[in-house]
Design a protein around this ligand. Structure first.
Ligand SMILES: NC(=O)c1ccc[n+]([C@@H]2O[C@H](COP(=O)([O-])OP(=O)(O)OC[C@H]3O[C@@H](n4cnc5c(N)ncnc54)[C@H](OP(=O)(O)O)[C@@H]3O)[C@@H](O)[C@H]2O)c1
Length: 259
């Protein structure tokens, strides 16, 4: 049995993709529009959002926002409720990433990244949740990362924000599933986007944003709780995660040495 409500007809769906101006979010929007869904698109940069809306005015609504601003969330949600009477799913895809090793840890930069990736996402969930709960309907999809599975090299600040989202999703699911809501956690491996373009190491099993979007759509259609991909990479990491400390840390130290 599915852990979430499977989606069989995208043309009846209203999806809000936050982090839609590039990478995985942009590819997801393009696929959803092709499938006939109505998609609200958010990010800071208005131009790419407006370009999506101009290309498909019947299907796309541009709602620029900054993850760190409560007022932006309130304004965007009020517009969505007035225009589409709400949404069926929100996909929280926005994030920032900088590779950081221990000797590069900077408290202001760390706080800023946490404010976008973690606090920003919680701001967004807190914005929509009261209406979802009142209706007894609505889905929340959180894009975390395999970097949240365990402490990977160069993920000193980014990794903990994703680990926190994985934990948050589980707590949220326990609370809201009995009230009719859906919660899904999405853990991609490496995807070729502006976010990973700054990586100076060879990324194993690197995939395209379009392939990532297809995985997300299939996972939502199945009603999966966790959507992770590509499997040939994520299965290995999930195995390493389960190793005893001594073995796991030895494997991770080897990876850190080579990256
Ligand atoms: N690429 C990978 O290998 C990979 C792997 C695992 C997980 N992920 C996760 O997948 C998601 C998408 O990442 P991506 O690789 O597609 O990166 P990306 O192309 O850099 O996209 C990031 C998106 O987040 C938005 N964003 C960043 N800061 C924001 C802010 N303060 N307010 C509003 N929007 C903001 C960006 O738009 P603006 O700049 O216009 O605001 C952009 O639309 C992220 O959650 C990332 O952590 C990616």
């Amino acid at each position: 049995m599915s852990l979430n409500t499977p989606i069989s007809d995208w043309s009846s769906q209203r999806i809000w993709v936050v982090g839609a101006s590039s990478g995985i979010g942009l590819a997801l929007v393009q696929s959803l529009v092709t499938l006939g869904a109505r998609v609200a698109v958010s990010a800071r940069r208005a131009e790419p959002l407006q370009a999506l809306a101009s290309a498909s005015p019947q299907h796309v609504l541009a709602l620029p926002l900054n993850m760190t601003e409560n007022a932006d969330w309130d304004r965007a949600w009020a517009t969505l409720k007035a225009t589409w009477q709400g949404v069926d799913w929100v996909v929280f895809c926005a994030a920032d990433y900088t590779p950081v090793r221990a000797w590069e840890l900077d408290r202001d930069r760390a706080a800023k990244l946490i404010d976008v990736n973690l606090t920003g996402t919680l701001r967004g969930v807190a914005t929509v949740l009261p209406d979802f709960l009142a209706k007894g309907q609505g889905g929340i999809a959180l894009v975390a990362s395999v970097a949240g599975y365990m402490g990977l090299p160069k993920s000193l600040v980014y990794g903990p924000t994703k680990a926190a989202l994985i934990n948050f999703a589980e707590s949220l699911y326990l609370d809201v599933k009995p009230k009719g809501l859906d919660v899904c956690i999405i853990n991609p491996g490496f995807v070729a986007t502006p976010l990973t373009a700054q990586n100076d190491f060879e990324m194993p099993a690197l995939m395209t944003p379009e392939a990532a979007a297809a995985e997300i759509i299939q996972g939502l259609e199945r009603g999966d709780y966790e959507i992770h991909f590509p499997k040939r990479f994520t299965r290995v990491l999930r195995l390493i995660r389960r190793l005893p400390d001594r073995l796991r840390l030895a494997v991770l130290a080897r990876i850190a040495k080579n990256s």
